[in-house]
Design a protein. Structure first.
Length: 215
């Protein structure tokens, strides 16, 4: 059921921020469905899941997005382009939806979760973090991004996380300007081109002893 340590580490050694994708090679439906489920299964604070994931495969839309993405070729050449959206704010309705979903899924009364519901209210809706809720939501989206990068590597799918884009222009093109969600980060997914010189470069990471301390 579980991947071996070697499988995990080999996949992480193999992956890199792919600069050139093979535009002719597409991710098959079964593999992509698994990656979508990996996004759905991502952990989030309180389990609130303050995100949506737009999967852009329409060439015309991607061509329109590319100039607002530092003209990076990954936008148009990858198999699947994912725009990860963050929720603009967290409301009482969001908290109520989560509580209802938990109760329904687990077969319990919502009243059992009154204390949990109050924690969300005090922290994210009424508390100091409500003033920086956009950053909080972005933090959650980046958990989803990391999960997508790792899951893709385990399935032999190349990725490139992209922050070099104009969120305002993406929101305009994707019709999100008055939506509850807004563009946060982008991830191109597909398969590397044989001509991508970055694929053969040594991975640069600091030593574990410099990054990890045991107490």
């Amino acid at each position: 059921m579980f991947a071996s340590s070697d499988t995990l580490l080999n996949a992480l050694q193999w992956r890199y921020a792919t600069k050139a994708f093979d535009a002719a090679r597409k991710i098959d439906a079964s593999t992509w469905a698994s990656l979508e489920q990996a996004l759905v299964l991502t952990a989030s604070s309180y389990g609130l899941q303050p995100w949506k994931f737009l999967v852009i495969t329409d060439p015309a839309i991607r061509a329109e997005l590319r100039p607002h993405s530092w003209n990076q070729s990954q936008i148009t050449d990858c198999s699947h382009l994912v725009v990860l959206l963050k929720k603009r704010t967290i409301t009482a309705a969001d908290a109520d939806l989560l509580i209802h979903t938990i109760a329904t899924t687990r077969g319990i009364e919502t009243s059992v979760l009154d204390g949990y519901r109050q924690m969300i209210q005090v922290d994210l809706i009424d508390g100091p973090r409500s003033q920086i809720i956009g950053q909080w939501a972005a933090n959650q989206v980046y958990i989803a991004l990391g999960n997508l990068l790792t899951s893709a590597a385990l399935l032999g799918v190349d990725t490139c996380a992209i922050e070099g884009f104009s969120p305002a222009d993406y929101d305009r093109i994707l019709g999100l300007e008055s939506d509850d969600y807004q563009s946060c980060v982008v991830c191109a997914c597909g398969y590397r081109s044989t001509g991508d010189k970055y694929a053969s470069l040594a991975k640069v990471r600091y030593l574990a002893n410099d990054l990890i301390e045991h107490h």
